[in-house]
Design a protein around this ligand. Structure first.
Ligand code: MCA
Length: 519
């Protein structure tokens, strides 16, 4: 059985069962399959062939799941793009991936950004959602073939059974590194299915589960675990367009059994519970709460248990390796402040500089190998080579074993990688964009501890001439305007400090840890 067959098991066996719901609309497994077959035939009619990239710039909606599966059925590669991104990020992904088509929601800010881009050689088709219902508010600058999803969905379904090899790329996920622009992580079917199958079995997902899915569907957390887990386990995913603590509490009170969140979401759920502790009982009725994408504080773990009786199951992963470490399922074995043990789809070790397994308590780097690991970075053989050693992927995350063998995550090796609101953010990418400001001579961006976001973005600026008179607050406001539309708003510095010069070592390298931030 191929990995794609595994993803389609419930489509074949239980076509009548509901797979996804959103605000009163729903898709059964059979309806999803039929729509994906028509969309795949429509893509094929556009000339999209095996291995071609189809970018997707949609917020959470049922069409996104159809577009994902339809791309798979057409043999194409799904390239999700964060709908909060600005022009710099979107253009980079479209160019780097060589996407032949991009799916946008007409009238959306990101759709308008795509229309305003100058021609991208490989990009030929702009797929909008609806046929002529709303003419495009912005005419594309580039000569693109504009076609609607409605139109593609009217195609006769593909005649043959969808087929692909396990090593074929299913998706490229663009992710921030320590360098400026994001890198495309090539995820083959093998990795996604092996990992999400192992993870959802470990977490005992069942057909009768109802997943309350309020994570965005353009990153590994929401898209791989949420959507692919639903397909693999045959449960129902109730999609939410955005995270709203009260809506999540209501959804769980109405029968939701699983919730997955980033720590910032738990902070907000806890705020709602503090304001009205009676809501704890509604959440108590669920079966499983998991947390990932950034470290959950032991204080949040304990407060959530006090309110709801649930011990949040914390796990660890990254786009390149998928979800590789998880706390055990039995609640009493979930240990706050740890990420748990390796998931069955790969091997995970904490190693020292020589690559030997660290002793208990000794900090080392998390390294991963096995089925769940990406194939490579797209178009970047040197970066791919540099991220592996003897077949092990080097995560850049520092951890240690505790005395029971649980892995304790301790942070990133590089200060240039920031985790804020569950997003992985490259300090360099922000620095490159800020440095283009004519009044800024130099900039250093770091993540500073923040109780709500995990880390908040802070920028130390060396400004030019007369601009030095502006206050840090005025500079923060200036940067808001400068970055608006260029980068996602969650990458905007929330704290700004102006300095005469940046601290450097004898070789001239900026020493970010020596920056003296006012509190
Ligand atoms: C938003 N704001 C922020 C941040 N994000 N301020 C500081 N730091 C931030 N990180 C600001 C906005 O600019 C805005 O302010 C205000 O907060 C509300 O913004 P909004 O976007 O509406 O925030 P939100 O909708 O409340 O979103 C918060 C969120 C969201 C729900 C926590 O960030 C989220 O969905 N995060 C999940 C990310 C995720 O899926 N990560 C998984 C990656 P203003 O109005 O002033 O502009 S996959 C991964 O990491 C790996 C593989 C893994 O292990 O899962």
């Amino acid at each position: 059985m191929t990995a794609l067959d595994q993803l389609r098991a419930h489509i074949t066996a239980r076509p009548e069962a509901i797979a996804f719901t959103l605000e009163g609309s729903q898709l059964t497994f059979g309806e999803l399959d039929a729509a994906a077959r028509r969309y795949a035939a429509g893509l094929a009619a556009l000339g999209i062939a095996r291995g071609d990239r189809v970018a997707c710039l949609l917020g959470t909606r049922l069409e996104l799941v159809i577009a994902l599966l339809g791309a798979y059925y057409a043999g194409a590669v799904h390239v999700p793009i964060n709908t909060r991104y600005g022009q710099v990020e979107i253009e980079h992904i479209l160019r780097d991936s060589g996407a032949r088509a991009v799916l946008i929601a007409e009238g959306s800010p990101t759709g308008e950004i795509v229309c305003a881009l100058s021609p991208i050689e490989t990009l030929q088709h702009l797929i909008v959602l609806h046929a002529a219902a709303e003419p495009l508010s912005v005419t594309p600058r580039a000569p693109l073939n504009v076609v609607s999803l409605d139109h593609l969905l009217a195609a006769a379904p593909m005649a043959s059974e969808p087929r692909c090899d396990d090593e074929d790329p299913a998706m490229f996920i663009y992710t921030s590194g320590t360098t400026g622009q994001s890198k495309g992580v090539v995820l083959p079917y093998r990795a996604i299915v092996a990992n999400i199958d192992a993870l959802t079995r470990l977490w005992r997902w069942r057909e009768d589960d109802r997943l309350v899915l309020a994570l965005p569907l353009f990153h590994v957390h929401g898209l791989c675990i949420g959507v692919h887990g639903t397909l693999l386990r045959g449960c129902v995913a109730e999609l939410h367009r955005r995270f709203d603590p009260d809506a999540v509490i209501q959804a769980i009170a109405a029968g939701g059994t699983i919730f997955m969140g980033v720590p910032t979401m738990y902070t907000r759920l806890l705020r709602a519970l503090d304001a009205d502790p009676s809501k704890g009982a509604a959440l108590g009725a669920a079966r499983l709460f998991t947390s990932g994408s950034a470290a959950l504080s032991a204080a949040s773990f304990e407060a959530f248990e006090r309110h709801t009786g649930h011990r949040i199951l914390e796990r660890y992963g990254m786009s390149e390796t998928l979800l590789t470490v998880s706390n055990p399922y039995p609640p009493e074995e979930r240990k706050p402040g740890t990420i748990g043990f390796p998931v069955a789809s790969g091997e995970v070790l904490v190693v020292d500089e020589e690559g030997s397994r660290c002793a208990v308590g000794e900090p080392g780097e998390i390294v991963v190998r096995g089925d769940s690991v990406m194939q490579r970075y797209w178009n970047a053989p040197e970066k791919t080579a540099a991220s592996f050693r003897d077949g092990w992927f080097l995560t850049g995350d520092v951890a240690r074993y505790d005395d029971e063998g649980y892995i304790v995550h301790m942070g990133r090796r590089s200060v240039d990688m920031i985790k804020s609101g569950g997003y992985r953010i490259s300090a360099r990418e922000i620095e490159e964009c800020v440095a283009l400001h004519p009044d800024i001579e130099e900039v250093a961006v770091v993540g500073r501890p923040d109780p709500e976001w995990g880390q908040r973005i802070a920028a130390a600026l060396v400004t030019r001439g007369g601009a030095a008179e502006r206050s840090p607050e005025a500079w923060a406001e200036e940067l808001r305007g400068w970055l608006e539309g260029r980068l996602a708003s969650y990458k905007r510095p929330r704290q700004v400090m102006c300095c005469g010069e940046l601290p450097r070592n004898a070789l001239g390298k900026i020493q970010k840890h020596l920056l003296a931030w006012p509190d």
